[in-house]
Design a protein around this ligand. Structure first.
Ligand SMILES: [Zn+2]
Length: 154
């Protein structure tokens, strides 16, 4: 199955770096040295703990059907980075504990898959084929935060 993984859009990451305000909410972002691996929700690469500077802000993933999407805290690199725009599953995410959340109509969560023994591709395939997911969210399996969205290619 072919699919597309996208994190925080480039224009939103650029706006956060320029304004230091959370988009849509307006509260200040927090700048810190990374204490964990993240990852960066823009380029989808892990942070180097103790070295990389990162920005913490509130992000609300987009919805396709007007459903109310929950905002949550996310990190991005404080310096410029390029939003992940490749095909398939980002190699850099494979080292992190991940949970895949199937979203159905109305953005209800219909299934959750967090199996370190199974490849991301296989988990994504099952959620789309067997749980009628319209799209998926990738979350950090320990922190719970939004990492990226997965859409099935048509
Ligand atoms: Zn980045």
């Amino acid at each position: 199955m072919r699919f597309t993984v996208r994190g925080v859009p480039q224009e939103i990451a650029d706006e956060v770096r320029r304004t230091h305000l959370s988009p849509g909410y307006g509260h200040p972002v927090h700048l810190e040295i990374a204490s964990g691996t993240g990852p960066c929700r823009c380029c989808l690469r892990p942070f180097v703990a103790g070295r990389d500077q990162r920005l913490l802000f509130t992000f609300r993933p987009r919805s396709d059907d007007g459903s109310l999407m929950a905002p949550g805290p996310v990190f991005i690199h404080a310096g410029q980075c390029e939003a992940f725009s490749g095909a398939g599953f980002p190699e850099a995410l494979r080292t992190l504990p991940l949970a895949f959340e199937a979203r159905e109509s109305g953005s209800r969560v219909s299934e959750l898959s967090a199996r370190p023994d199974v490849s991301p591709e296989a988990q994504i395939d099952v959620l789309f084929r067997e749980h009628e997911a319209r799209w998926l969210h990738v979350r950090h399996a320990e922190a719970g935060c939004f990492i990226a969205r997965v859409d099935r290619d048509t």
